[in-house]
Design a protein around this ligand. Structure first.
Ligand code: ADP
Ligand code: MG
Length: 497
C-alpha cells in the first residue's frame, strides 16, 4: 500500500532512495504517526556525510526533530546501508506536498475543500497558520474524523482487563483507588479533576480505564472519552489539517467524562496546551468529570503553563507509589489465577521479591514462569520460578560481585569472613549474615541456592527466610531501611569505581 502511494522522486538526488527510506520509516513508527508527521517530508539532497530532508512547517519540523530523529536516522541507515547525519530543513509551502503525500486515501481523492461561506478568522487561526499546511481536505476526511471520534466513545476502545475487580489494592495505591471508585459512582461531583501520578507501570492507566468501564456500564448513554495525551495532540493536529477544528472542539467539550492519560506529553506543546486548557474549562464549568494522569506531580511537568498546572491541582492529586512486598505478592497470585493457575506462597514471594518497582514487569515475570512450566510440562515450584527468572535481575544488579557484598559486610560490621559464612547463630554475626544475603539477592542475579552455597551450604529456604526477614524489618523500621539503603548505595559506588 505504501509502495503504491509513494510518489515519484523529483528531488536532486537519491531518486531510488527516498521511497526506500519511507518504507523503512513505516516499519518503525505507527502508520497514523507516519501520516500525521511525514506527509510533507521531502528529500533535498544526499551527500557522503549527511542527508537533508525538508518539511513545510516549523511545528512539524520541531516535532519530528524531537520525537522521531532516531527512527529517521535508523530508516536512513537501513536504506543506505550506513549512517548519515540527518538534517531537517524548512521549505516554503509548495506543491511538493502533493508529490510526497504518502497517505490514505489515495492521491486522486485529494480535492480542495469547498468552504461555502468563508470561515470567520477565529482566535486560533494562528494555530492553523503554525501548521503551515492549512486545511487540506481529502474527500471523506470530515466524516472520517467524525467517525474516528465517535468510535472513541465505545467500550471496545478500552482494555477489557482494566477493571476494578482486577485491581489489587494496597497501601501504595489506596487513595488513588478510593478516589477512582468515588468518581465512577458520582462523576463530576466527587473529585474534579482527579490527577493521578506515579512512575510507569504502577496502574494509572488501569485505574483510569476502570473508571470508564464502570461509568459506561452504569449509564450506557454516558459519553466517556479515554485518550492518551498523544492521541489528543494528534487528533487536534489532524483536525487543524483537515479544517475540522470546530468539530474537534464540539466533540471534546460535550463529553461527560474526559480521561487524558500521560499528560506530561503536553510539555513544550503550547498550542495543544492552550486547546486543552479551553477544553478543561468548558468541561469543568459544566461539571463534567476530568481525570488526568502523569508520570510526575503537576508542578514537575516542565513547560506546562502555570494556569494549567493550577487547574490540575483544583481537585484531588493522588500519587500511586511502588507496591510493597505484600501487594506485589498479591498481584502475582491474582495474575496467575487470572491465567488459571494457583501459585503457592513460596513461588509468589519469590517473584514478588525479584521484581520490585513495576507491575507490568511483575506480570511479565508471572508469564515467564507459567511459560516455562507449560513448555517443560512441570509443576510451578520455587525452583522452576527461579530458573524462569534467571537473568530478570536489572543490569544494575548484575554488576555487583558477590565478593563486593562480602567485603562490605565484613568491614562494616567488623566481623571476619569466616564468621560471616560460619555456623554461629549469635546476633552479632547472624544479623550481618542476613543483611549480606539480602544485599546479594537485591544486587546480584544469584539464585537462593547460589547464595546458600556461599554461606557454608545453607539451604535455599534459610536464605529466603533471611531475605524476607530483612525486608520486613526495613518496612517497619525507617532507620534500618536507611542503613540498608546506605549499604546498597555504597555497594554500587564501589562497583563503579
Ligand atoms: P501505568 O499506566 O501507570 O504505566 P498500567 O496501568 O499500564 O500502568 O499498569 C501496568 C500493568 O500492571 C497493567 O497490565 C495493569 O493491569 C497492571 N497493574 C497495575 N497495577 C495493578 C494492580 N494494583 N493490580 C493489578 N494489576 C495492576
Ligand atoms: Mg499508562
Amino acid at each position: 500500500m505504501v509502495e503504491s502511494s509513494v510518489p515519484e522522486q523529483t528531488t536532486r538526488s537519491g531518486s531510488a532512495t527516498f521511497p526506500t527510506i519511507l518504507r523503512e520509516l513505516v516499519h518503525r513508527i505507527r502508520r497514523e504517526q507516519f501520516e500525521t508527521w511525514f506527509r510533507s517530508l521531502s528529500l533535498v539532497q544526499v551527500s557522503t556525510q549527511d542527508i537533508e530532508f525538508s518539511v513545510t512547517s516549523t511545528f512539524v519540523r520541531d516535532w519530528v526533530q524531537k520525537n522521531y530523529t532516531t527512527q529517521l536516522q535508523e530508516a536512513v541507515a537501513a536504506a543506505l546501508g550506513e549512517r548519515r547525519k540527518v538534517i531537517l530543513s524548512l521549505r516554503e509551502e509548495d506543491n511538493a506536498d502533493a508529490r510526497t503525500l504518502v497517505s490514505l486515501p489515495p492521491l486522486e481523492a485529494e480535492v480542495s475543500r469547498d468552504h461555502g461561506a468563508p470561515r470567520e478568522p477565529g482566535p486560533r487561526e494562528p494555530v492553523a497558520a503554525a501548521m503551515a499546511a492549512g486545511p487540506r481536505l481529502a474527500q471523506g476526511e470530515s466524516s472520517a474524523l467524525e467517525q474516528s471520534l465517535r468510535r472513541r466513545l465505545q467500550p471496545s476502545q478500552l482494555n477489557p482487563n482494566y477493571t476494578f475487580d482486577k485491581f489489587v489494592v494496597g497501601p501504595c495505591n489506596r487513595l488513588a483507588h478510593a478516589a477512582a471508585i468515588a468518581i465512577s459512582e458520582n462523576p463530576g461531583f466527587a473529585y474534579n479533576p482527579l490527577f493521578l501520578h506515579g512512575n510507569v507501570g504502577l496502574g494509572k492507566t488501569h485505574l483510569m480505564q476502570a473508571i470508564c468501564h464502570t461509568v459506561m456500564r452504569r449509564d450506557p448513554n454516558a459519553r466517556v472519552l479515554y485518550m492518551s495525551c498523544e492521541d489528543f495532540t494528534n487528533t487536534f493536529i489532524q483536525a487543524i489539517q483537515s479544517g475540522n477544528l470546530d468539530q474537534f472542539r464540539e466533540f471534546h467539550r460535550s463529553v461527560d467524562v474526559l480521561v487524558i492519560d500521560d499528560v506530561q506529553f503536553l510539555a513544550n506543546k503550547e498550542k495543544t496546551q492552550d486547546e486543552f486548557f479551553h477544553t478543561f474549562n468548558a468541561l469543568y464549568d459544566a461539571q463534567k468529570q476530568i481525570v488526568i494522569s502523569s508520570d510526575r506531580p503537576p508542578v514537575e511537568i516542565p513547560t506546562v503553563e502555570e494556569r494549567l498546572v493550577s487547574r490540575f491541582k483544583w481537585g484531588l492529586v493522588a500519587q500511586i507509589e511502588a507496591p510493597c512486598f505484600e501487594t506485589r505478592a498479591a498481584i502475582v497470585r491474582r495474575k496467575a489465577k487470572g491465567r488459571g493457575v494457583e501459585f503457592g506462597d513460596e513461588v509468589a514471594s519469590l517473584i514478588a521479591e525479584r521484581v520490585t518497582n513495576n507491575i507490568r514487569e511483575l506480570e511479565g515475570a508471572v508469564i515467564k514462569v507459567l511459560g516455562l512450566a507449560t513448555i517443560t510440562d512441570r509443576p510451578v515450584t520455587a525452583e522452576l520460578a527461579e530458573e524462569a527468572l534467571r537473568g530478570v535481575a536489572l543490569p544494575r544488579q548484575a554488576q555487583v560481585a558477590a565478593e563486593d557484598v562480602m567485603n562490605l559486610i565484613t568491614s562494616e560490621f567488623a566481623i571476619s569472613g569466616r564468621d560471616l559464612t560460619g555456623k554461629s547463630r549469635t546476633q552479632a554475626v547472624s544479623s550481618p549474615r542476613q543483611i549480606a544475603m539480602f544485599l546479594l539477592r537485591d544486587h546480584t542475579d544469584m539464585s537462593l541456592e547460589d547464595i546458600g552455597r556461599l554461606f557454608g551450604n545453607r539451604d535455599h529456604t534459610t536464605v529466603l527466610y533471611a531475605v524476607n526477614k530483612i525486608r520486613e524489618r526495613s518496612q517497619k523500621d525507617r532507620m534500618f531501611k536507611e542503613m540498608l539503603d546506605g549499604l546498597g548505595g555504597r555497594l554500587l559506588a564501589r562497583t563503579r569505581r
